[in-house]
Design a protein around this ligand. Sequence first.
Ligand code: HAM
Length: 415
Amino acid sequence: MIQCPRGTRDFLPDEMERRRFYEGRLRDTARTFGFREVETPIFEDSELFILRSGPNVLKELYAFEDKGGRSIALRPEMTAPVVRMFVNGMSNDPKPIKVFYFGQCFRYERPQSGRYREFFQFGAEIIGVATPQTDAEAIATASAMLKALGLKDYRLRIGHIGVLRQRIADIGVPQERTAEVLQKLDKKLYDEARPILADMGVSDDDMEALFKLTETVGGTEVLSEVPGEAGDWLRQVVAFLDAMGVRDVEIDLGVVRGLDYYTGMVFEAEAPALGAEKQICGGGSYTLSELFGGERVFSTGFAVGFDRALLALEKEGASYENAGIDAYVICASDDMRVEAARIAASLREAGVSADIDIMDRKMAKAMKFASSAGARFAVIVGARDLENGEVTLRDMTSGEQRQVPVGELAGRIRA
Ligand code: HAM
């Protein structure tokens, strides 16, 4: 038996319906905050992702050469594609540009619970402005999305990559090795960072002070410990969030982020119930446009890891009830099949979701099927009823049955 490729999943109808339901909630929230939807190709020139992160990123990409000899990659995320789209066709539009997207991304990672090779992101970008209020808008949108999903147990942590970058530069780390250090700090791998920093001539005291800085965590009161402009910036972000009623945030200077295009505020949300792969949302402010041939434009955005957010909901015991269908049309005898088809068609025409027995089942079996399909009503088409222009309408929950004129059927079901 052929299975789907490692790290990918099939979504069966029940699961797919649940996913669409939650996707709808995220979409509604994005629109409420003034974002408009965009879509970009699932594959791009590999260059788009290599430009910022270097050729090493190829290891994590699904990249291949197409028949024309071009190096192509399945998108590992959607920020770079959206910024490319902006540079190509939106750079003259009035700013800020607020867009959102939902789609699958591909990363060649070791699959485990909550980590897939094909996964879905719901993201949003505010392009063309860098102010504390912009950052607050992005964080508030993300927070509203997590709430709209119905998630209860999560932490939203805000940091500032500028603080760490500055400190790393101040203690003598050469610019081209900053990413290497940040990577270790991101994972809190201090023991692995020590020899690297020592190799660069960083003193033990400076090292420990750097690690301590990444441990600056707490409520907004710790903002007083955040030095310089970054501290002022974050204080303003938090003030805007407070004005918007977003108070479920923590400050954490240890938020480093895996991707290296961030320049200022960075934030993450995690759902502790998920264990190792608990990060359900990540974002921050960045610039990328100048790399893709445009002017340097500041942006802030984030992406919710849709699959993980849904896993977290499941862990919290949130249940989703399938919508089922309004009606299931059954014929009382074989000679009624054409009439039954006519009635099903009239229901569909009236906007009532109706399915019909096409398996030539006997009544009892057809009724059982209607029940398993989640039908709210069974419509039984019998010769004697039809002579009077009626059918039998059965409420599948209460079992109550009554004769209803065919002309009133759709209205009764909808009511
Ligand atoms: P990211 O943190 O790499 O950021 O990914 C965003 C979210 O996608 C993560 O928080 C996580 O929930 C989910 N995710 C990542 N990898 C996987 C995986 N292998 N399986 C399942 N879920 C995964 C970005 O991608 C940035 N583009 C976010 C952003 C937008 N920054 C600015 N604008």
